[in-house]
Design a protein around this ligand. Structure first.
Ligand code: AMP
Ligand code: GLY
Length: 427
């Protein structure tokens, strides 16, 4: 099978890496990719948001499957363009990707499908926002309606901060915000594959969204992740499939806009039960980096089945009985004001640590030198028999990487590893 992966972050590097380990895959291409992906796939310098260009490239290369990684091309209709050219594509249509592209739309679909989520109000004026903040009370949750790369959400107990964020979002053309009830409890990311009618869950992961240890500082795209979740209730995946994923997929099909690809269910396990925090229309970054290394079933056939209506015929997925932890190495200033062009060294050392691999996100080659070129620069992955081992391995890898001014969280999977070792719930 010959495959073209669209995108150029650590999630796409994880996808390309997993596909490269699948014996059925005979050629890998990426557009635009990054220097790490370039070690495994042939890179093509096209605009990933240009559906016609992606479809033309898929045709020229005569690939069997196109896999779209990030949300922006999906929302822009890249999957539609590829599908219209007759090439199987993993990733929803623009109509399907609205589940991520508009938080107000996602809320409407959840209401229609009876999916449990935070109570919410859509607001287009500061007065409506103020009324909603008072109705729900603190802590306040204010979300920009459209795509914001994980940075459009403010959770705060300070009413003025909440109002200021809302005002900034509303000042944008067509600005609208969603004000929500606060959801308490641990968060879980569950990826559910769909071919438009059937659904197949992967294993859950947990992401660390705040920039600093102990969940301090602003939200980011994600600073690290781990899988599995030894503390999660045993029936969680089945419950989420039954109460969240299957009804959502059925509602999208009923509307004539079937959703094929991966429905990322961002969940909060509250004292009142599971609630959806958000939907995304693609794999999560950095959760993908810890879910895929644990998947023993070769990936290409799984993605092809989702792309071509074949999930009902797919054999049950097989999982490795091991844990994975990833730590994101971020550039100086991320997420506020990112500095680029710092030299990156030590990757070759890091991958000498057994069970470590290093995935590239914001990297570039300048005159043959690897430099930072984005906020999240690298995703260092460690695997091991349990979370304690995987965590130690990932951090041993991180220690060997040199990037001036960089920062990373030191507490990824710490509580979960301690709870697992003690056989206790997450404290
Ligand atoms: P989102 O972009 O909707 O995933 O939000 C980003 C992050 O903000 C989530 O992962 C949560 O940590 C937090 N968040 C979003 N919505 C809520 C909510 N209703 N209650 C508490 N935290 C939330
Ligand atoms: N890890 C969060 C996201 O991919 O949106």
């Amino acid at each position: 099978m010959e495959i073209l992966v669209v995108g150029g972050g650590a999630r796409e590097h994880a996808l390309v890496r997993a596909l490269s380990l699948d014996p059925a895959v005979t050629a890998l291409h990426a557009a635009p990719g990054n220097p790490g992906i370039g070690e495994l796939a042939e890179l093509h310098a096209i605009d990933p948001l240009d559906g016609a260009a992606v479809a033309a490239l898929a045709g020229e290369l005569n690939v069997d499957l196109v896999v779209v990684g990030p949300e922006a091309p999906l929302v822009a209709g890249v999957a539609d363009a590829v599908r219209a050219a007759g090439v199987p594509v993993f990733g929803p249509s623009a109509a399907g990707a609205r589940l991520e592209g508009s938080k107000a739309f996602a809320k409407e679909v959840m209401a229609a499908a009876g999916v449990p989520t935070a109570a919410a109000r859509v607001a287009t004026t500061v007065e409506q926002v103020a009324a909603a903040l008072d109705a729900f009370g603190a802590p306040h949750v204010v979300k920009e309606d459209g795509l914001a790369a994980g940075k459009g959400v403010v959770v705060t107990s300070d009413r003025e901060t909440a109002l200021a964020h809302a005002a900034a979002c509303l000042a944008k053309p067509g600005g609208q915000v969603v004000v929500e009830e606060y959801l308490d409890g641990p968060e879980v990311s569950l990826f559910v594959l769909s071919d438009g009618s059937d659904v197949v869950p992967l294993q859950p992961a947990q992401d660390f969204k705040r920039v600093d240890d102990d969940d301090a500082g602003p939200n980011t795209g994600g600073m690290g992740a781990y899988s599995p979740l030894p503390w999660a209730p045993p029936g969680l995946v089945d419950e989420v499939v039954a109460t969240v994923a299957a009804p959502t997929i059925a509602e999208m099909a009923r509307r004539g806009t079937p959703f094929a690809g991966v429905l990322y269910c961002g969940l909060a396990l509250t004292s009142r039960g599971v609630r959806v925090v958000e939907f995304n229309a693609r794999f999560g970054d950095p959760e993908t980096q810890v879910v895929l290394p644990r998947l023993a079933t070769p990936l290409a056939g799984v993605l092809m089945a989702a792309a071509t209506g074949g999930l009902a015929q797919l054999a049950p997925l097989q999982w490795r009985d091991e844990a994975a932890v990833t730590v994101v190495v971020a550039a100086h200033g991320y997420p506020v004001s990112v500095r680029s062009d710092d030299p990156i060294t030590g990757i070759a050392d890091a991958v000498q640590v057994p069970d470590v691999h290093v995935l590239h996100a914001g990297t570039a080659l300048r005159d043959g030198v690897l430099v930072s070129a984005g906020g999240r620069v690298l995703s260092v992955v460690g695997t091991g028999a349990d979370l304690t081992a995987a965590r130690a391995t990932a951090y041993a890898g991180v220690e060997r990487i040199m990037l001036p001014g960089s920062h990373h969280r030191t507490d990824i999977a710490r509580r979960a590893a301690a709870a697992e070792a003690a056989g206790a719930p997450l404290s």
